[in-house]
Ligand binder design. Structure first.
Ligand SMILES: [Fe+2]
Length: 435
């Protein structure tokens, strides 16, 4: 699997991104071109038709690649093709094969800036070429494969490929987004390593069949790869439709109360930004967004006379209102896609000092995600227009949250929110707030 810079490569996305990113792009392009010129394959040993065949297979695997949700790049099985090429043709031929075969239709349609097209080709030539050299240096044999001799070399090759690919992409994203490349690297390597491990045996099998049966062997493998791709795409489509349904459910709930309209959407966005500042893994951040959106879904079980009551609730009404976190957890517990989300919803009204509800959890016994939603929920509530009070400015709101840090809120989470706001990262102010 290769990571592609789909989320970073539109012409608009590349405007005014700074000299360091520009320099980095051209350094990689020049390094890639120099590498290709230095490691020209011995065309007597490797037939051009072999390189073209592998490049064609890689091109086809890229056509059937699947875009991950939330700008997470593209999943393709091209890593298996690179690995097969390294084993069957050697690192030099593979560097050229990857540079040519990784070109995608949109690269040719002028949708991508030329320097990004060149950057991707240069990056993949370097990644696959150097990983191939690592394979040979570790004792791997080109043109034949014996498990006793080459298996550990294959593992070295796969690790090098993953390491280099993720490193070069993380540097790109880090410079473009002005974020720590280390954080991006760690998140990506954790997500991608299982894919590399799973695809390495596929690459080995493609190589073995190619070396035994020639071109026909590769086509035998291509059909199941396409079937796997369509299964994965259908899974992603269904998942997306499912999440949209959940979103609609939360939206329907908000329609009952004009003052909370958009609240869930904003809590989800603010929670996501806090999660990023705290360095949560990307899969947790994605889940946090959905759970942030659904955190008050349990209010569906609360009577309108309580839910829409302007002003202070009586003790009895407040006790009734408190049940919404348990109702919400119950509703969400049946949704396997949301994992531990039900637990986060159950505890989103716990307080740091243990005086919250429903379980009087305190400190780090409250799940971090619930502590985040709690701060995001409060921030949006106090900066929003309500019938009984004026909205606070974001500065007043932060002062208020700091004042309640340690008692109501986790101080670390409040500080993360402040950093997110100060950095002006997508935390849009609630309506009616004069910032
Ligand atoms: Fe709530």
């Amino acid at each position: 699997m290769a990571i592609k810079l789909d989320f970073a490569e539109t012409k608009e996305g590349m405007m005014n991104k700074g000299h360091f990113l520009e320099a980095y792009i051209w350094i990689v392009i020049l390094a890639g071109i120099s590498f290709l010129l230095l490691v020209r394959p011995d065309l007597n040993a490797v037939r051009i038709s072999s390189i073209v065949t592998f490049a064609l297979v890689m091109f086809l695997t890229e056509i059937v690649s699947v875009s991950l949700p939330r700008g997470g790049g593209t999943v393709s099985v091209s890593f298996a093709v690179s690995l097969a090429s390294i084993i069957a043709l050697g690192p030099e031929a593979t560097a050229w094969m990857s540079a040519i075969g990784s070109i995608r239709l949109k690269d040719l349609q002028g949708k991508i800036p030329l320097k990004i097209v060149l950057f991707n080709r240069a990056m993949l030539a370097l990644v696959d070429g150097l990983a191939g050299m690592a394979y040979v240096a570790a004792g791997g044999k080109v043109g034949s494969f014996t498990f006793s001799r080459s298996f550990h070399a294959l593992a070295v090759c796969a690790v090098c490929d993953a390491f280099l690919n993720v490193t070069l992409v993380a540097l790109f994203i880090g410079l473009k987004e002005k974020k720590s490349p280390v954080y991006i690297w760690v998140s990506n390597i954790k997500q991608l390593m299982p894919n590399y491990v799973a695809l390495a045996p596929v690459g080995l099998l493609v190589a073995i069949v190619y070396m035994a049966y020639g071109y026909i062997g590769i086509t035998l493998f291509f059909a199941p790869l396409i079937v796997a791709r369509y299964s994965f795409k259908r899974f992603l489509d269904m998942r997306q439709a499912y999440l949209e349904t959940l979103r609609a459910l939360a939206g329907a709930l908000e329609a009952r109360d004009e003052y909370t309209r958009g609240h869930s959407e904003r809590v989800a966005a603010i929670s996501t930004e806090i999660g990023k500042k705290l360095g949560l893994p990307l899969d947790k951040i994605e889940l946090l967004e959905y759970v942030g959106f659904l955190h008050d879904v349990g209010k569906i079980g609360i009577r309108d006379s309580i839910l829409r009551k302007p002003g202070i609730l009586s003790a009895e009404e407040y006790a009734e209102m408190q049940k919404h976190s348990l109702f919400g957890a119950y509703i969400v517990s049946g949704i396997s896609l949301l994992g531990a989300g039900a637990y986060w919803i159950k505890h989103h009204h716990e307080k740091y000092d243990g005086t919250g509800f429903p379980s009087n959890l305190s400190g780090t016994r409250i799940p971090i995600e619930a502590r985040i939603i709690s701060v995001a929920d409060a921030y949006d509530a106090i900066t929003s227009t309500r019938p009984y009070k004026r909205p606070m400015t974001y500065r007043e709101a932060l002062d208020e949250l700091h004042r309640c840090s340690g008692a109501h809120f986790d101080p670390v989470v409040v500080s993360a929110l402040e950093k997110a706001i100060n950095d002006r990262v997508r935390v849009s102010p609630a309506p009616g707030v004069a910032n």
